[in-house]
Design a protein around this ligand. Structure first.
Ligand SMILES: Nc1ncnc2c1ncn2[C@@H]1O[C@H](COP(=O)(O)OP(=O)(O)OP(=O)(O)O)[C@@H](O)[C@H]1O
Ligand SMILES: [Mg+2]
Length: 259
């Protein structure tokens, strides 16, 4: 079982968009995927299940001492491809204070390691993909602790590199403290306007700083937004769209690097 987190404490950089497409790609390839939404905004959950997340499938149970373990919800699309979801909603936010106790940083890790999802009769899981909120609190950090692999989506802004340094420093600090290894398999510019000079020079800086960990950019396309609203991957509504093609390539590279 491979566990990957998608993180960046900056908001709106494409974390959920990438998580959703990666989960869809893995399940279309026939893998059993567990999608975990660690963000109280619940955006990833909504793209799979457009209703209130029932308590037994809610990630908040991980932090709710004494309650039962959450059970992933099986969700199948019209093409018959299914994923398991541990969903989230604003109700997770009240467990933010769980960050005061170090033990809580290990709750997700231990849930996955002990395969506690099996209690719900779930089949074997090949991949776990975790979407995280735009901050470095308990929900992001416990996702990092639970993961072997990390992908960092970025946006094109002058603050992006500073944010990235802060994120890598925080992860390094935590990893040393608890002797945890996490490999960054990709840094991606998720919504790029390739033709601008700023995009060109930003690309050059990222290549210089990250070498082949920088997986390049996904061009801006309205189709990405339209697909997101329809809760389908962009390659389903626009297979020849440049953003759809690049997104598939980048995702295949991420999957390749998790081997
Ligand atoms: N290549 C693209 N072309 C057009 N729009 C895009 C592209 N990539 C992402 N977006 C859009 O950018 C917006 C932000 O994306 P997303 O919600 O995935 O970011 P996020 O990092 O998860 O945000 P948050 O930090 O709030 O959780 C969404 O409306 C999404 O559709
Ligand atoms: Mg998000």
């Amino acid at each position: 079982m491979k566990v990957l987190a998608i993180a960046n404490h900056k908001g709106g950089v494409g974390k959920t968009t990438l998580a959703f497409h990666l989960i869809k790609a893995l399940s279309e390839k026939g893998h059993n995927v567990l999608a975990i939404d660690m963000d109280p905004q619940g955006n990833l959950s909504v793209s799979f299940y457009n209703d209130r997340i029932p308590d037994e499938h809610h990630v908040k149970l991980l932090f709710d001492d004494g309650k039962k373990h959450p059970v992933p919800m099986k969700i199948c699309d019209d093409n018959g491809s299914c994923v398991y979801l541990l969903g989230s909603s604003i109700h997770l936010a009240s467990f933010d204070s769980a960050g005061a106790k170090l033990l809580n940083y290990f709750k997700l890790k231990s849930y996955l390691e002990k395969k506690l999802w099996k209690e719900g009769g779930v089949e074997n899981i090949d991949y776990v993909v975790i979407d995280t909120p735009p901050n470095l609190g308990i929900f992001t950090m416990s996702s990092i602790v639970a993961s072997q692999y990390l992908v960092i989506p970025l946006d094109l802004s002058i603050y992006a590199l500073d944010g990235l340094r802060e994120l890598t420093r925080k992860i390094k600090e935590l990893s040393e403290e608890i002797d945890h290894k996490i490999e960054t398999v990709g840094v991606i510019l998720m919504d790029s306007n390739e033709r601008t000079n700023m995009a060109k020079s930003f690309n050059a800086t990222l290549t210089e700083s990250f070498g082949d960990t920088f997986l390049g950019e996904i061009p801006h396309s309205i189709k990405v937004k339209e697909a997101f609203l329809d809760n389908v991957p962009v390659w389903e509504i626009a297979p020849d769209n440049k953003a759809a093609i690049r997104l598939k390539e980048v995702i295949n590279e991420i999957i390749e690097r998790m081997k």
